[in-house]
Design a protein around this ligand. Structure first.
Ligand SMILES: [Zn+2]
Length: 418
């Protein structure tokens, strides 16, 4: 039973302490051919050295293989060479190939420092293994070009462009910045670009410019979420301005104002309504601002583009002069992005998925302080984008296993039979 998966080695002895196992091994298949001149069976042992390489942890302890490595000399050409270990060992990283592939998979999910502690390789080596691995993944894996593309912003150290497949709710990529050139380069490289029929985005001019340049036929839709949010922001501006002009005593009367004002009409409790009425009586502009916010949200319930358009222009005419500056970011955006904002009523697509990515990023930022953008991007891409399956449950039935019969040999540690 080769539970150690070391079929190319013979185990000489196993030592164990509180943290580690050390397994001394020798190779079991000496070379037959000289790598220099190619002659057969004319080699003799020269000298040897011990080489440590790490293997998969056992029983939660780190495992080091102390390999007795033989050097040979050739009688024919009298050159020397070390026996090869590359059937089992990755010489670049000084660990077994099994450990290497274990680290690769773990490095997407866990902190490098924690893997380092478990396996006994230093953090820098783990980082390098991770980097090689994601480079390899990037070369081989391609996502299908979506019909509905989402372009949005997420915050990883600074604002980045995030691209999603809206129908599938999958992540396509995260770009290092939100510049037009960066987005153009990404879109230009997509295969089957013509497949993209709709693009939803937040109101960021470089995104619009990039899409118009590369995907002139795609219909651009501003994500509703980003538009209605601006009504809340306008109300927030008015609330803050109002508070600034009040004495501390009056200000105390506006307890929890932000919380209540952000609620939709239908979410207000009876108590909220009484409070809101009182505020409106004392500060009429706050009441008007609240109603404007609410009626702006109502526009989004319209069933056609035309109704929404008319409702909006009615709404705009009702904004009193003293509140216009607070609503200006919203009204300006409505003017600059009119086509794309009202396109929502013909194609009701929103990219709510980005929000769930933002919560994933918050988790990762907490876990992975000190990670570079590239590392966080790869973690997101290859966890969120592709590797959605989880490890299956532990199987109790023996039938589900690859079967090997063996007789237990007595081993001194009581741990392994080899
Ligand atoms: Zn030779």
């Amino acid at each position: 039973m080769d539970i150690l998966k070391l079929s190319n080695f013979n185990v000489i002895c196993i030592a164990e302490n509180e943290y580690d196992f050390q397994i001394r091994v020798v190779t079991n298949s000496p070379p037959l051919v000289c790598p220099h001149c190619g002659c057969v069976a004319n080699l003799y042992k020269h000298d040897n050295r011990e080489q440590l390489c790490m293997d998969l942890p056992i029983h939660g302890k780190r495992v080091g293989l102390l390999v007795k490595r033989q050097r040979y000399r050739c009688r024919e050409c009298s050159q020397t060479f070390w026996e090869r270990l590359d059937h089992t060992v990755d010489e670049k990283r000084n660990c077994t190939k099994l450990l290497l592939s274990y680290i690769e998979k773990q490095s997407l999910k866990r902190m490098f420092v924690s893997i380092s502690e478990d396996v006994g390789l230093n953090e820098k080596t783990i980082r390098n293994i991770f980097r090689d691995y994601i480079n390899r993944l990037e070369e081989t894996l391609r996502f299908e070009t979506p019909k509905w593309l989402g372009i949005d912003e997420i915050h990883i150290i600074k604002p980045r462009c995030v691209l999603t497949n809206i129908e599938e709710r999958t992540l396509l990529d995260v770009l290092p910045n939100r510049n037009k050139e960066t987005v153009v380069r990404y879109l230009s490289r997509l295969p089957n670009k013509a497949r993209i029929a709709y693009v939803t985005m937040d109101m960021w001019q470089p995104y619009k410019d990039a899409v118009k340049a590369v995907l002139p036929k795609a219909i651009i839709i501003v994500d509703k979420f980003h538009v209605v949010r601006m009504a809340n922001q306008a109300l927030e501006t008015i609330r803050k301005q109002l508070r600034e002009g009040l004495s501390p005593k009056v200000r105390r009367g506006l307890m929890n104002d932000r919380f209540i004002l952000l609620k939709r009409h239908k979410e207000l409790t009876e108590m909220d309504k009484i409070t809101l009425d009182l505020w409106t009586k004392n500060h009429p502009s706050l009441g008007i601002a609240y109603e404007l916010k609410e009626s702006y949200f109502d526009i989004w319930e319209s069933d056609t583009r035309q109704k929404a358009f008319l409702k909006y222009h009615d709404w705009k005419a009702k904004v009193p002069e003293e509140l216009q500056s607070a609503f200006e970011p919203l009204t300006k955006a409505m003017a600059n992005w009119e086509t794309e904002i009202f396109a929502y009523f013909d194609h009701r697509i929103t990219n709510a998925y980005t929000e769930s990515l933002n919560s994933l990023i918050r988790v990762m930022n907490r876990l992975g302080r000190g990670y570079s953008f590239e590392a966080l991007r790869a973690k997101m891409l290859f966890i969120e984008g592709l590797v959605k399956e989880r490890k299956p449950k532990y199987q109790k039935r023996l039938d589900d296993y690859e079967h090997r019969e063996y007789i237990t040999q007595c081993s001194t540690s009581g741990l392994l039979s080899v």
